[in-house]
Write a protein that binds this ligand. Sequence first.
Ligand SMILES: [Zn+2]
Length: 213
Amino acid sequence: MSALSAVPLGARDAVLKFYFGPMDCGKSTLALQMNYNHGRQGRRGLVLTKHDRSGGPQVTSRIGLGLEAIEVVDALDLTELVLSHDRIDYVICDEACFYTVEQIEQLADLVDVHGVDVYAFGLASDFRSVMFPAAQRLFELADEVSRLQVEVLCWCGRPGQLNARVVGEVMARTGEQVVIGDTDASAVRYQVLCRRHHRAGDLGAAELAHATL
Ligand SMILES: [Zn+2]
């Protein structure tokens, strides 16, 4: 025991961290890198995801890395899932914005009750710039929240902050909170914009963008 606190020396509290940013800011790449680093230290982890861009139960990143992962469905109890494995030191949660609020509570239990480190990655807000319920809960509960600001830029060159949903080349303001886009079968695509152009609904000059191809 330290003289100053009742916490036994050497006992490190597990942590709940949330890394957020717009799409394509490198969240999944960082999630995979973090899993690799922890694994190299002999720690055992699980990787979870939901609605990955690959459409399958894996975490894939734009730059081509990939890893098998457990697909999180709404009914999955994340505490039970982790405890059903032998010894888990950490959990990587990709696309955590799409989890249920209850599942975020389960992640906090894993940290506080079971000493498992949780690293969550995801979008903060939806296409309307309204926060996802799971992301909001992560903001409220996490020990540490970090905004990832990697190379993604708005068409104007400002830092990309918000995701716009584009349907038929028009920016949508209403609709379901989660619609999978950017697949061949979908008429929906997403575009990262700066705050000013998200608020203005300005997708930039499409002719200009095509002219540079
Ligand atoms: Zn802009």
